[in-house]
Design a binder for this molecule. Structure first.
Ligand SMILES: [Zn+2]
Ligand SMILES: [Zn+2]
Ligand SMILES: [Zn+2]
Length: 308
């Protein structure tokens, strides 16, 4: 579905000096955490919050809070077309970046959030996507980074929403491969996985969680609705998908302890969440040759997660 090739090489996990899983949480400065309830003035003014009626903005009492990212890569630059500079092309990185704070309490991972909290996170993603469409953006990239090895600079559980002017390259590539197949490719993959069973971790509320056939890293997971849905930001199933992804994160912690990870929503074609735990680093084979080396077969990973 991605066009990627993966080398499954369990013996490499046993080589001397191989990166060990775990140890992924990094430092936690709870006393200075700008995302905790009561420190609302440490962030830029909120753009959205789920809170009781009558609560003034940027005060305690909220359940989920959305604030602008203080250090965005995509910004509110003036839009202009591509500019040729000799052989080279420049384009303004137009976008907006927001931080969604998942809970007023200092939860450190999606795996610590309850079902109700995850429902409110899904509500916030959907409300902000509606605001993005309203403002003329056409794609919202929702993502979670956990642990220093996953690129997170704050320990308090949060996600980011990147409002973009167009579908980003990986999402477009997957959608095109899905559509080029006879019938939706992800629908066919899910049917096959449910028949083979060995890579399926869990299934509930119309969502399936599995370790995909060609996962890049140990315990890579995918959560997708069984229905062929195209609009996650309008789907009542988004909360269930987040809940099942969080269940996968929880099981991973039981199996391996805290592991840094990245999670993101692919909102092109048949939507899904991808969860990529960060064991080891991308090295010369991945970066130079384009082959991912996975030291744990997805079938083994799914087996361990099912029992965790
Ligand atoms: Zn905090
Ligand atoms: Zn489909
Ligand atoms: Zn995807």
């Amino acid at each position: 579905m991605s066009g990627r090739w993966v080398v499954v090489a369990p013996s490499r996990a046993r080589r001397p000096g191989a990166p060990r899983p775990g140890g992924g949480e990094g430092a936690d400065d709870r006393t200075g955490c700008p995302l905790c309830e009561g420190r609302e003035t440490a962030t830029p003014p909120e753009t959205f919050a789920i809170a009781p009626p009558g609560r003034p903005p940027d005060t305690p009492g909220w359940r989920v809070r959305v604030v602008p990212n203080k250090f965005p890569a995509f910004g509110p630059w003036p839009r202009h077309g591509d500019r040729e500079d000799g052989l080279f092309t420049r384009r303004a990185a137009v976008g907006r970046q927001e931080v969604v704070v998942h809970s007023p309490r200092h939860a450190r991972t999606l795996g610590d959030l309850g079902v109700r909290e995850l429902e409110l996170v899904a509500d916030a993603w959907q409300a902000r996507a509606a605001a993005a469409w309203e403002a003329g953006f056409s794609y919202v990239h929702a993502l979670v980074n956990e642990g220093a090895g996953g690129g997170a600079s704050l320990a308090h559980s949060h996600s980011q929403l990147v409002w973009l002017e167009e579908e980003p390259p990986f999402v477009r590539l997957e959608r095109e491969l899905q559509e080029a197949a006879e019938g939706c490719l992800l629908c066919r993959v899910l049917a096959e996985e449910r028949q083979q069973r060995m890579r399926v971790v869990d299934e509930r509320d119309g969502i399936v969680l599995l370790c995909p056939f060609a996962g890049r890293q140990p315990y890579e997971m995918l959560a997708a609705p069984l229905e062929c849905e195209r609009q996650p930001y309008a789907s009542p199933s988004l909360a269930a998908a987040l809940a099942l992804a969080a269940e996968g994160v929880r099981r991973l912690r039981v199996a391996e302890g805290p592991v840094p990870l990245n999670l993101w929503l692919h909102a092109g074609g048949h939507w899904h969440l991808e969860i990529l735990p960060r064991f080891g680093v991308l090295a010369g084979i991945e970066l130079g040759a384009g082959y991912f080396v996975n030291t744990m077969a997805p079938e083994s990973a799914a087996g361990i997660l099912r029992e965790s």
